[in-house]
Design a protein around this ligand. Structure first.
Ligand SMILES: NC(=O)c1ccc[n+]([C@@H]2O[C@H](COP(=O)([O-])OP(=O)(O)OC[C@H]3O[C@@H](n4cnc5c(N)ncnc54)[C@H](OP(=O)(O)O)[C@@H]3O)[C@@H](O)[C@H]2O)c1
Length: 318
């Protein structure tokens, strides 16, 4: 099979297509013939950063070949002896083995059945591959940890990006009032996702516009941004940070405000993938794929995601 290997951390030229044996599956795994892969900021981060590569992929000393990527959609072509949920021929999607060595940049992927869900028939492989790491992050942030409910006022930063565009739609599905931030060029896009209000973060300090949010989802790594998000929250609110780890000042301020604060690291979860599949099937959730690349164009996909300006998601077809 063809796979995109990474001999060592570095530039996009280190992503090299090689011919490798099709992976063997364990009892609890299925073999997926991959049709589409999605690319996230973390893919470019681990490709370019040796420490992150080793830590996030949890590599053993000298482990080769390294195949990065986690987000797939495709067809089950073989099942392990203990697999109960899927059969040969099923179309499935999911975030495989995150954090861990997902080995998703390949024609065939061995995936634990507990990381997958059935792909809805109304969703293409490209759209399904997109709705994996980014959609799971939005789901785990808003549903699992922030316990979103109808009537909540929710501030979603980076609302036009991969995570944000799913978060806006999931929050609306739960009946929340949604405020999304982006630059002015993406205002109409953010509102088209269902957001009730838009803030152009380049023109306004969001914490002067919103001071009583029930929930803030913060995916911005700028210094001071998370503290400002705390100011946008009402006492007793919930804040989820995707990038910044909490320091003593933040913890003290959050405690005074009686805020629930969580630094989230997304994890593979097939049951939550099934929840996401149900929303896709119902039409309450859509993947907006703004760039589609061929398998041999993975370096271009990495360059696009590294801009930090992507609208919706980036997908590579296999
Ligand atoms: N902890 C976790 O488990 C976890 C999981 C997933 C993602 N993440 C992290 O969360 C971040 C977002 O991920 P993603 O996949 O959504 O990234 P993405 O798709 O690359 O996000 C791009 C979007 O971010 C927007 N943006 C950039 N700076 C902004 C700002 N200051 N305020 C508001 N919007 C801004 C851009 O809009 P404009 O062009 O309008 O600026 C762009 O549309 C990444 O850093 C990623 O690594 C963490």
């Amino acid at each position: 099979m063809k796979a995109i290997t990474l001999a060592k951390a570095g530039g996009v030229e280190n992503l090299v297509i090689k011919e490798l044996p099709v992976p063997t599956i364990k009892d609890n795994e299925v073999l997926v013939r991959v049709k589409a892969i999605s690319v996230n900021p973390v893919d470019a981060f681990v490709r370019g950063n040796e420490g992150a590569l080793k830590a996030i992929l949890q590599l053993k000393e000298g482990e080769q070949p390294i195949i990065i990527g986690w987000d797939i959609s495709g067809e089950v072509v073989a099942t392990g002896n203990a697999v109960t949920q899927f059969n040969k021929g099923d179309e499935v999607f999911g975030m495989v083995n995150f954090a861990g060595h997902g080995k998703a940049y390949a024609e065939y992927v061995a995936a634990s059945e507990s990381h997958l869900a059935l792909k809805p028939a109304n969703t293409s492989h490209e759209e399904a591959a997109a709705a994996t790491l980014a959609a799971l992050t939005a789901w785990q942030s808003l549903v699992q940890y922030a316990k979103i409910k109808a009537g909540d006022k929710v501030l979603i930063h980076s609302a036009a990006g991969g995570v944000g565009h799913y978060a806006v739609q999931i929050a609306k599905h739960f009946g929340a009032y949604v405020i999304g931030t982006s630059s002015a060029a993406k205002k109409d896009y953010v509102l088209s996702l269902g957001a009730d209000k838009h803030i152009d973060y380049t023109q306004q300090r969001f914490e002067t516009v919103v001071t009583d949010a029930d929930i803030v989802l913060d995916a911005v790594g700028e210094p001071g941004h998370l503290d400002r998000s705390l100011d946008a929250l009402k006492p007793g609110g919930r804040i989820i940070s995707l990038l910044i780890h909490f320091d003593d000042n933040f913890n003290a301020k959050a405690k005074t405000k009686e805020v629930y604060a969580k630094r989230l690291s997304v994890v593979s979860n097939g049951a939550q993938m099934a929840d996401i599949a149900a929303l896709l099937e119902k039409g309450d959730l859509h993947s907006h794929v703004s760039h589609t690349f061929n398998f041999d164009e993975m370096p271009l996909a990495h360059q696009q995601v590294a801009t930090g300006k992507t609208q919706g998601k980036i997908v590579v077809v296999v």
